[in-house]
Design a binder for this molecule. Structure first.
Ligand code: NAP
Ligand code: G4F
Length: 338
């Protein structure tokens, strides 16, 4: 019998990479999707006939209990969340419902349906926030700076609490920023690589950005979903920082991305004060020593390879649209070897 995995957030960036990764490992993969008036399956279009999708919602406890009861998964990966930090100031209550209480709803369903299910929670380096030390590891105190970061701290601790209270195999992956050609276009890396492609191909003249001095530890989503799976494959549950150990500023990101297309970024980029956040996380740099030692996990894609991969993918996509050929379905395999 193949192992069965259920992924919440399967239509998102990580959900698509994780689904493809688990299918490659021989898993039977199920995905939870919320009802929408039009389907939103672009990121998993190339996998659609190998997945089983089920409607349920993080806001609806009974729908999650029924889903777990029907699927009877061995592993649950809880990736669903309101994941965009600026939106969390505009919709703080909804962010708390999805990103914080949604985790408790998932854990309650595991506890009620089958406490032997192995559970992965998508925690975030945003929990570190206003850091007082560098690099950050599993012992670094949290000081979240947005309603999103606060909600993720709740999700992190409730996961640990269910592990300690009910002996559930629950792991929390504290993942630093990870990107790919499937990243949402509102996040800074993809906003930049999409703009580079559109500027290069004559469709855009300017790129408005916020804080160019913020620094992040950026890795590749395809590397990070492998770490999620490794966490659930251990003898004991634990929490792990997943990061590359290198950081770059947004300014360096912009410089790298524009130079991939032979462009001088200073001719196109302007700072828009409206994009500066009410409270910023200025610096994040991760120390993934525990993951290296216990999971034998290493990132395989460097920052420079990642940005080049994203610029090439966006150039290809925009050129296809200009040619009237439409977007190419882009999955893990398609970009893995670039
Ligand atoms: P993403 O692309 O924004 O995907 C989020 C997913 O959550 C989408 O599939 C979305 O479905 C789903 N979702 C949102 N609200 C839902 C609800 N009420 N019920 C059911 N599904 C819902 O995020 P990502 O980058 O893949 O990140 C995956 C997870 O890792 C998130 O929890 C994020 O907070 C966390 N994380 C991400 C990073 C990173 O750098 N990418 C770092 C640390 C932690 P729709 O398609 O219907 O909107
Ligand atoms: O790409 P970002 O929006 O990612 P952020 O806020 O770090 O959050 C992402 O990573 C977290 C992990 O640490 C995840 F938990 C979370 O779900 C999400 O995936 O912004 C990165 C930095 C920020 O400092 C922001 O102020 O880029 C700066 N920035 C500058 N100009 C901008 C822009 N960010 C965006 N989105 N758009 C800009 O125009």
């Amino acid at each position: 019998m193949p192992q069965k995995a259920l992924i919440t957030g399967i239509t998102g960036q990580d959900g698509a990479y994780l689904a493809e990764f688990l299918l490659g490992k021989g898993y039977e993969v199920h995905g939870m999707v919320r009802r929408a008036s039009t389907e939103n399956f672009e990121r998993i279009g190339h996998l659609r006939d190998r997945l089983t999708l089920h409607q349920a919602d993080l806001l609806d406890q009974l729908s999650i209990v029924n889903l777990l009861d029907g699927v009877q998964p061995d592993e649950v990966y809880n990736l669903a969340a309101q994941s965009f930090v600026p939106t969390s100031w505009l919709q703080p209550l909804l962010t708390g419902e999805f990103t914080a209480l949604g985790v408790t709803r998932m854990l309650e369903a595991v506890r009620l349906v089958n406490p032997k299910i192995r559970f992965y929670q998508a925690s975030s380096s945003e929990m570190f926030g206003a850091v007082d030390r560098e690099p950050q590891d599993e012992q670094t105190p949290f000081y979240p700076r947005s309603p999103y970061g606060v909600a993720k701290v709740y999700g992190h601790w409730i996961t640990i609490n269910y592990r300690e209270s009910y002996d559930i195999f629950a792991c929390s992956g504290i993942l630093f920023n990870h990107e790919s050609p499937l990243r949402g276009k509102e996040f800074v890396t993809r906003k930049v690589t999409d703009a580079v492609a559109r500027i290069k191909l004559g469709l855009q003249k300017k790129l408005l950005l916020g804080n160019l001095d913020a620094a992040r530890d950026w890795g590749f989503s395809g590397d990070y979903v492998r770490a999620m799976w490794l966490m659930l494959a251990q003898d004991e549950p634990d929490d792990y920082v997943i990061a590359t150990g290198r950081k770059h500023t947004v300014r360096q990101l912009v410089e790298t991305a524009f130079s991939c297309a032979g462009l001088d970024w200073e001719k196109y980029v302007e700072v828009d004060p409206a994009l500066i956040r009410p409270a910023e996380v200025h610096n994040l740099l991760g120390d993934a020593s525990r993951a290296r030692a216990k999971l034998s996990w290493e990132p395989e894609v460097s920052f420079e390879q990642l940005i080049l991969m994203m610029v090439e993918a966006d150039l290809d996509r925009v050129q296809r649209q200009l040619d009237g050929r439409g977007p190419e379905p882009a999955g893990y395999t398609a970009w893995q070897n670039k």
